[in-house]
Design a binder for this molecule. Structure first.
Ligand code: NAD
Ligand code: MG
Length: 481
């Protein structure tokens, strides 16, 4: 099939200044840490971007103290409408500096500029706007009598949507009157550090937001700190379970947003062209490094051959490469470690007998890359049907009846999201009722809105983020202080 050639259309990296070293953002200023140093790289080129301080337990303690002081002296005493003004200001500054954030996110994470520009950054701003509106209306949100903040919240986030996950965590916490200590992931700390700069620009009172960088041990120091009233974690189920164990029996509470293995279910009456786009968006958006990715395609047997052929034809047109190029559809995998995991699980898929296909597109010499890949002939017992691959790899299974589709879709330890493609409204409602998943998309996939709660069933975690339900996780009500 003939394809159009595109001239390179690179976004300028000159729009963002990256410092050679970064400290920790504690009490409104950048301070040198007392721990080690680590390097964050651009996964598309393996080029080092900056040296980052690794916060020690003592540094985390300093951040928690700064957050406590800001909470008792300033933030918990401020009126909701004043808190809202700060959140509106942060939202507007994110919009003003959108290009800078988009380029920095693409450099540090490897995701295409098209996505950071059109999805990550606008949605992050939308989360601040949305929660700014709630700050003075909490009594009317039906959260219970006399909603009050927890106090100091510890937040640990992953590398797949660094700025967006920061917004999901910080916006509701601040709107409800909490102060925060947040740790970004070790491979993607830069937009959180730029956000710290933006907090200063917004004149946010010192200590309301503290950013500590580091890896697992820094996260563990936050989780274990007795001065933290609530933990909000997004990441792997394995670490989520450890967090649940370590806070068991304490008065601290947690919300956990963990992994997923979503079924994207296509019936024979579905609009096929839209469904193909939805399948592509479901698993190849952000290189498939999405907790709610549609990583299992369940397609009705009568249309399976057609769908797979058309899907492969579409995948051959995806442009894989330089994430800063505005024409790029699929960027780099975030780290060598993640690439190794995707490679290992894909090899297991072949070894267990599934049929592997990829588009054969050329890949850059340097950096971490994986071609969009489709496995057919997948059995429910295969590892690629059970385990989260967190990469651009789709496992295709078939079904004959709606009942079989539901049984297969629910046959997983996870329950974060699902998709249903059919023309029949009644079937959509029936399926949504049967599927054990926090979000069910109908004739679309991977759509997000700050007003819509997001979260899991089973091993995908507990608690919701976004919407009125998300606010509930950041307040205590009535006698429950
Ligand atoms: P991870 O759990 O190892 O890391 C996530 C964060 O936790 C990072 O900031 C990391 O430094 C920190 N961390 C690691 N060990 C810790 C510990 N012992 N105590 C406290 N913090 C610790 O996850 P990963 O493998 O880097 O990321 C991919 C996983 O994240 C996937 O399984 C994916 O499903 C999940 N994820 C879930 C969501 C969601 O919303 N549910 C979103 C994004 C990613
Ligand atoms: Mg990086």
């Amino acid at each position: 099939m003939p394809t159009f050639e595109y001239a390179p259309a690179s976004e300028s990296r000159a729009v963002v200044d990256i410092r050679s070293t970064y400290g920790l953002f504690i009490g409104g200023t950048f301070v040198a840490g007392t721990g080690g140093i680590f390097t964050t790289v651009n996964p598309a080129t393996e080029e080092p971007l900056a040296e980052i301080a690794e916060a020690s337990a003592a540094d985390v303690d300093a951040a928690v103290k700064a957050a406590r002081t800001a909470y008792t002296r300033v933030w918990s005493r401020m009126s909701g409408s004043d808190r809202g003004k700060y959140l509106f200001r942060i939202a507007r500054l994110l919009q003003e500096r959108a290009r800078e954030f988009a380029v920095l996110e693409t450099l540090d994470n490897g995701k295409p500029i098209k996505e950071t520009r059109d999805v990550d950054v606008p949605l992050a701003a939308a989360h601040f706007f949305y929660h700014a509106g709630w700050a003075d209306k909490l009594e009317y949100a039906a959260l219970g009598p006399d909603p009050r903040p927890h106090g100091v919240v510890g937040q640990v986030i992953p590398w797949n949507f660094p700025l967006l996950m920061l917004a999901w965590k910080i916006a509701p916490a601040l709107a409800t009157g909490n102060t925060v200590v947040l740790k970004p992931a070790e491979t993607t700390p830069l937009t959180a550090l730029l956000f710290a700069d933006l907090c200063r620009q917004a004149d946010l009172p010192p200590g309301v937001v503290n950013i500590v960088t580091g890896a697992g041990p820094t996260g563990q120091a936050i989780v274990d700190h007795p001065g933290i009233d609530k933990i909000a974690f997004t990441g792997s189920t394995a670490v989520g379970k450890m967090i649940a164990r370590s806070i068991a029996g304490t008065r601290r509470r947690a919300t956990l947003e963990l992994g997923g293995k979503a079924a994207n279910i296509v019936f024979d009456d579905a609009p096929i062209d839209q469904a193909i786009e939805g399948i592509v968006n479901g698993i190849f958006f952000n290189q498939g490094q999405v907790c709610c990715a549609g990583s299992r395609l369940l397609v009705q047997e009568s249309i399976a051959d057609t769908v797979i052929k058309r899907l492969q034809r579409r995948l051959a047109t995806l442009r894989v490469g330089d994430p800063l190029d505005k024409n790029t559809d699929v960027g780099a995998i975030n780290s060598r470690r993640q690439l190794d995991r995707i490679t290992e699980l894909s090899a297991a898929g072949e070894a267990e007998g599934a049929l592997r296909w990829d588009s054969g597109c050329p890949l850059p010499d340097k950096g971490f890359w994986f071609r969009p890949t489709v496995f057919t002939g997948v059995a429910q017992t295969h590892r690629i049907a059970q385990e989260e691959i967190f990469g651009p790899v789709l496992s295709v299974l078939t079904f004959r009846t709606p009942g079989e589709a539901v049984a297969k879709a629910n046959n997983t330890a996870y329950g974060l999201s699902a998709g249903v493609w059919t023309e029949k409204g009644s079937r959509i409602l029936w399926m949504a009722d049967q599927l054990r998943a926090g979000v069910v998309w109908a004739n679309t996939f991977n759509r997000f809105d700050p007003a819509s709660p997001f979260g899991g069933y089973k091993e995908s975690g507990y608690g919701r983020e976004g919407g009125r339900h998300g606010l509930a996780a950041y307040v205590v009500t009535g006698e429950g202080a």
